[in-house]
Design a protein around this ligand. Sequence first.
Ligand code: TNX
Length: 531
Amino acid sequence: MSRSLLFVLITLSLFSCVEKKNEAHLYLIPKPQEMKPGDGFFQLNESVQISIEPETDETKFIANYLADKIKPATGLPLQVVAKTASEKNISLQLNPNSQLGEEGYELMVTPEAVKLSAAKPAGLFRGVQTIRQLLPPAAESSSIQSNVTWTLPACAIRDFPNYAWRGFMLDVGRHFFGVDEVKRLLDEMAYYKMNVFHWGLSNDQGWRIEIKSWPKLTEVGGSTQVGGGKGGFYTQEQYKDVVKYAAERYITVVPEIDMPGHTNAALASYPELNCSEQTIRLTPGNEVKRKVPGLYTGIEVGFSTLCTSKESTYKFIDDVVRELAEMTPGSYLHIGGDESRATKKEDYILFINKVQQIVTSHGKKVIGWDEVALATLQPSMLAQVWANAANGKKAVEQGAKVILSPAKKMYLDMSYDSTSKLGLHWAAYVEVDSAYAWEPSTLLNGISRENILGIESALWTETIQTRSDIDYMVFPRLAGHAEIGWSATTDEKTGSRNWEEYKIRLANHAPRFKARGIQFYESKLVPWVKE
Ligand code: TNX
């Protein structure tokens, strides 16, 4: 071999080494509260095991979850074992004395071992997501990847969430999405350490959850969707299956039945839920007078209402809430309460007060969109602020806590800009930087850190019909929201989020999105890393 060829080869191999250097610890999303880089790398190979201590069903499940995530791309069948003498392991350890709270964890990666510890299983599970992100992006692929060295960069991480409630809402009322798609989104939430799945199960266009005592809700009310497609609904068995799947990811399901407005699908299913003859607006300009509305497949809001003055309406609500509460382990039920423009204000207040009592009588706490603050809120009630800060303030003055879902920042159905092929823009165009660079505790007058339980992204689906539509609107904005919920403010000087710093981390997630098969929106504001 000639000298110059040798030189070229050596240079090339040096460069490819540099290129392959795993710096994933610098690009974590959400950013850990504390991270110190170390020297060297831990390398995965056939002999690495995942050891758990103590060995319980939960720790075993979490370890197997990690092994299952790593296997498809690496081909490595990492074995789950009880604590062993072997040092070269990934160890997951529950340490009840740890001060890390419900979801915090500590992670130590050295060339010799990976040590994850937490006070609670939920903390281990969150830490496992960090382990996944420390591996090269190719590790997130669902098929075998060759020529990759499976390393984790040495580092020491101490991490815990900033807000207790880090939610994602999916509206399946406008367009229906089946169990598999919901589970995929739960997996994505888990990846970003989110912990509340708010499931919008009813709306004008569709009723999506089987209620055994009122079967026509799904037979009739579930039979269509926006645009006139066939809609769909979840059986109670499917609902319970999703709840279990979520719980295995330490995600709480909060079901929403929106009322008294947004109820056309129910009103079309059961005539007795209507008051008297009403003017029904089928489409703008096309109005008819009749007692029972037909199914609705447009995207107008604010035209429907349950009859708030009939006792039988509350019997209906009691049945629905009872059946839902029975299959919902989480402590909250969401009663909607938004945009009830077809309900008189005094009727609305009476209604919300009564429904709060019904929900409480079934052992659940109540959440409502910010308009519910017009009623008399129980102290345990949560108000979800989406549009009206004054309502949020009213809720806070009544002693309630709030969840922030400001439409201008967190509505994932808002278009990115005027050229976006999907979405609405009544609140704003929400580019990736705007979705990220804000702070919950300073966004709204009269609502401060101690009033805020957390934040929630919302995907309304008037314009969203397919999995790739979901991908385009949800990603990458969801990653930024997850970080706002989990990580402390990145820029201590300005007290606000540092977009310039975040966008580099986000750019480095492009190969990860791709490896997970996500067709994300490639915003021009982000210098995406190509691979
Ligand atoms: C407002 S937010 C709504 C939804 C729509 C959404 C569209 C809220 C509580 N109500 O019914 O789908 O805007 O962006």
